[in-house]
Design a protein. Structure first.
Length: 375
């Protein structure tokens, strides 16, 4: 059983050929950690992230040399490239001329509004979208003075000020973010913004932290908003390998039924009844299903007590006992096998299940994330 999420209605924009907003599938983004001036390493990271499921990549552009490197990087990137610009608007102009597919600017770091106007003119010329990226840590002075003790209101006001500035230049090809490191503030800021603007929203908890802490903060903040239909692109910001960001992004979407383009794994947390290495088995099965591009649901259970019953919503499962393993489909036990043959037997049943149910799985993938829009 699924519980469809009604997506917020928003404008449609494109980052190269990737649609964003207006009911398009929610896009998973990340950012390279390499020095953009190092072309080979940057391209290597982009390809690695694309293989992991990253759909748009953002690159830091701190100086002219990095902006120049974009000429080569963009040509070699398998996914759209967004230039991340701070402080120097001229780098945005250079990045646009060098072929990027979008610009991210933080208005609080571009002190003069005429600089933003120059970026807008270039974006118009190149037909590029702009993300207005507002962060709690880098708000304009005037906004901070207006809301000295209300970061949430300051985030929203900063975004609205800059939206109006772009609209005055008759520019509407934009998406917006209002990120904070404290999830409740971030959630409330996005809720307020979603109610008063038609533009697609990019979600994220900025400076979320290391892998474990950052995953929890991001899952809470991004997950709450997505469950309310708010959000069109996401980035899980982690002080960790960027691959972890992409994996986490897809898992958040899958957990909410907003993506179904890969296999899913459920496994019990183990208890004193478990007579097998449940953690090892779960990791082996997770590796087995990692490259399956269909939304087959697989369960790994530590004993037969919790086997078919608690995992009945899965397509196929395996449960361990001391001397034998049970492979089951729904409530039906398909096979009992010795422990040393369990993984291979399960793999064979999984391949058979996918072959026999490919049409159903493809339809499940198509239907995920296609909920009706709110009016």
């Amino acid at each position: 059983m699924t519980f469809p999420i009604q997506r917020r209605a928003s404008r449609r924009i494109y980052v190269k050929d990737v649609p964003i907003g207006d009911g398009a599938p929610i896009v998973v983004q990340s950012m390279t950690t390499s020095d953009t001036r190092d072309i080979e390493e940057t391209v290597k990271q982009i390809k690695r992230l694309a293989d992991a499921g990253c759909e748009i990549i953002r690159l830091a552009v701190p100086d002219k040399e990095a902006a120049e490197a974009l000429t080569t990087i963009v040509k070699r990137s398998p996914i759209p490239v967004i230039a991340d610009i701070h402080f120097d608007y001229r780098l945005a102009l250079q990045a646009a001329d060098n072929g990027v597919h979008g610009l991210r600017i933080n208005p609080g770091n571009l002190p003069r509004k005429e600089f933003i106007r120059k970026v807008v003119d270039k974006a118009k010329e190149r037909e590029l979208p702009i993300r207005i990226g507002v962060n709690a840590g880098s708000l304009e002075k005037i906004v901070k003075e207006q809301f000295p003790n209300d970061i949430c209101s300051a985030l929203v006001e900063s975004a609205l000020l800059n939206i109006r500035l772009l609209e005055e230049e008759e520019f509407f090809n934009m998406k917006i973010s209002v990120k904070a490191s404290y999830p409740p503030i971030m959630v409330e800021a996005y809720r307020r913004l979603a109610a008063v603007t038609p533009y697609p929203l990019h979600l994220g908890v900025t400076e979320a932290g290391t892998l474990k802490r950052g995953l929890i903060k991001s899952a809470i903040g991004i997950g709450i908003l997505l469950s309310e239909g708010i959000g069109d692109t996401i980035r899980v910001s982690l002080t960790a390998d960027s691959i972890e960001e992409v994996t986490a992004g897809h898992e958040i979407l899958k957990s909410l039924g907003l993506r179904a383009d890969s296999a899913d794994l459920v496994s019990c947390p183990s208890c004193g009844r478990a007579e097998v290495d449940l953690h090892g088995l779960a990791n082996q099965v997770e590796a087995l299903i990692a490259k399956i591009p269909l939304p087959v649901r697989v369960a790994v259970m530590g004993c037969f007590v919790n086997g078919p019953g608690e995992a009945s919503h899965s397509d196929l499962g395996i449960a361990g006992a001391r001397n034998e393993f049970y492979i089951f489909e729904g409530l039906e036990v398909l096979q009992k096998v010795p422990q040393d043959q369990a993984l291979e037997a399960f793999k064979a049943h999984l391949e058979r299940y996918i072959d026999e149910n490919r049409g159903m799985l493809e339809e499940r993938a198509r239907s995920a994330g296609k909920e009706a829009l709110l009016v």
